[in-house]
Design a protein around this ligand. Structure first.
Ligand SMILES: [Zn+2]
Length: 408
C-alpha cells in the first residue's frame, strides 16, 4: 500500500463547507450542488456527473435524486464504489461548524453538526480530489451521494442501480469510529395495526360493545409474556427484536373504544426469523380481536399492514470488499474491527441491489443530537482510507475481476 498523504487543511475545509449547508431529507439540492462544484474543481468532467430519479419513487418526493459520478479507470482493475448520504436530520438545520481543538462542533447550542453524514461526503470528495491531483493510475471508480437516508434509507432503496453499472466492491462512509468496519446489518420490518372494536355507551350498555383497547392490551400482554416483544430469543428458531412503539385511540371515557391504531416493528439478522416475529405479532392481534365480543357475539377485527424497511445482509470476512477495507484501515495505522449492527444502513439496500458494500466510520460522535461532534484526526484518516481504497495496490491484481462481457 502506498503512503497516503493528503492536504489536511483543504480536507477539513471541505467538511466545514458541506456541514454548513442545510439539507434535511428531501431538500438536498444545495448540498448536492456544492458537492458537484467541489468535484468539478477537482477536475471531474461534468458529463460524468448525473442524478438518478430515486426522488420520483420516494414516498416524500424530494428536490433531487441520488448523485452518481463515473470516473473511468486509467488502468484495469475492480470497479470501486464510494458512497455517503447527503441529507442530515432536522436538528442539524442551521449548523455553524467551528473547530474546537481536535474536533468540530456546531457553535449554536441547540443545533447538531451534521457530520452524519457530511463528513462521509467530504471524505469522498477529498479522496477523489487528491487522487486526480496526484495523477496516479486508478481502476474504474463510481461515486454515489444518496438522498433521504435519515427517513428510512429511501435514496439507497429507490436507487437506479443500472445507472451505476456493475460494482466489484463498495464502501459506504457513514457514522462512527474510523476503525469500525460494518460488514453486516439487521433487516427491519414495520407494521401498522388497526383494531376495530364495537362502540357502545360505557355507562348505559357496555355489554353491547367490544373494546379495541382491551383487544390491544390483550395482544400486547400476550406477546410480552411469550417473549415476542423486546429482545426476542427463541432457541432453535433464532433471535431478533420487536417493539410496539406507537398506540393511539379513544375519544372519551364513556365510550367503549371502537378504534385503536398501533405501529410496531420487528428486526432480525435472519429474514426468516423476522418474518416469524411479524407472524406472531399478527396472530396475537387477530386472536385478541376474535376473543373480545359483545353480548351478542360480535367480535373485533384487525387490519395489518407490513412493509420491509430493509433486508439484512452480511458479507463474509474473506469477501474482497471486506479485505480491501481491512487493508485500507491498516494502511492509515489503525486496527480495524468488524461489526454487525442492529440498525439499518444504506449498505442494506446497496447489497440488496447486488452491490457488495461495507460501511466505514468517519469519526462522527453523538449523531442526531445537538452535542454531535466530529473528531478531526478520525475524519482525516477516513479521507486517507477513502483515498487508499482508490489506489491500486499490490494485492489488487489478485482480486477477482468481473468478466467485462457482463458489464452493461
Ligand atoms: Zn448517517
Amino acid at each position: 500500500m502506498p503512503t497516503i498523504e493528503i492536504d489536511t487543511p483543504a480536507a477539513l475545509n471541505r467538511f466545514l463547507t458541506l456541514a454548513a449547508i442545510d439539507g434535511i431529507s428531501g431538500k438536498e439540492r444545495d448540498v448536492m450542488n456544492r458537492i458537484i462544484g467541489l468535484l468539478r474543481t477537482a477536475g471531474v468532467d461534468e458529463r460524468r456527473i448525473r442524478f438518478d430519479d430515486a426522488n420520483c419513487r420516494s414516498p416524500i418526493g424530494g428536490e433531487v435524486g441520488n448523485l452518481i459520478v463515473d470516473l473511468p479507470g486509467t488502468v484495469a482493475g475492480p470497479t470501486t464504489l464510494l458512497s455517503a448520504h447527503a441529507d442530515t436530520v432536522p436538528i442539524c438545520q442551521g449548523s455553524t461548524p467551528v473547530v474546537d481543538g481536535d474536533s468540530v462542533k456546531s457553535v449554536r447550542e441547540s443545533t447538531g453538526l451534521g457530520a452524519d453524514d457530511r463528513a462521509g461526503c467530504a471524505a469522498i470528495v477529498t479522496a477523489v480530489t487528491e487522487l486526480l491531483a496526484s495523477g496516479r493510475p486508478h481502476a474504474p471508480i463510481k461515486l454515489l451521494f444518496c438522498i433521504q437516508e435519515e427517513i428510512g434509507l429511501c435514496g439507497a432503496r429507490y436507487l437506479d442501480a443500472k445507472l451505476l453499472g456493475p460494482i466489484d466492491r463498495a464502501f459506504n462512509f457513514d457514522g462512527g469510529r474510523v476503525e469500525k468496519l460494518t460488514l453486516g446489518a439487521t433487516g427491519g420490518e414495520r407494521m401498522t395495526i388497526v383494531i376495530h372494536g364495537v362502540p357502545a355507551h360505557a355507562g348505559v350498555a357496555p355489554q353491547t360493545g367490544a373494546s379495541a383497547i382491551v383487544m390491544a392490551a390483550r395482544a400486547i400482554d400476550g406477546l410480552y409474556r411469550d417473549g415476542w416483544l423486546g429482545a426476542v430469543q427463541k432457541p432453535g428458531l433464532g433471535s431478533g427484536t420487536a417493539n410496539v412503539g406507537v398506540i393511539s385511540g379513544g375519544d372519551a371515557t364513556n365510550v367503549i373504544t371502537p378504534l385503536v391504531k398501533l405501529r410496531a416493528e420487528a428486526r432480525s439478522h435472519d429474514p426468516a426469523m423476522r418474518s416469524r416475529i411479524v407472524e406472531e405479532i399478527t396472530k396475537a392481534f387477530r386472536s385478541a380481536a376474535a376473543e373480545i365480543a359483545t353480548d351478542t357475539g360480535v367480535t373485533g377485527r384487525v387490519e395489518i399492514d407490513t412493509s420491509v424497511d430493509y433486508e439484512a445482509f452480511r458479507l463474509p470476512p474473506d469477501h474482497p470488499t471486506v479485505l480491501a477495507a481491512d487493508r485500507a484501515i491498516r494502511a492509515v495505522g489503525r486496527e480495524p474491527y468488524g461489526e454487525v449492527t442492529n440498525g439499518g444502513l444504506d449498505a442494506n439496500w446497496l447489497n440488496r441491489h447486488g452491490i457488495p458494500a461495507v460501511t466505514l466510520g468517519c469519526g462522527q460522535c453523538d449523531i442526531h443530537t445537538a452535542e454531535e461532534t466530529l473528531s478531526i484526526p478520525d475524519y482525516l484518516d477516513a479521507c486517507r482510507v477513502a483515498l487508499a481504497l482508490l489506489l491500486p495496490d499490490e494485492s489488487a491484481a489478485a482480486e477477482p475481476h468481473r468478466d467485462e462481457s457482463s458489464a452493461g
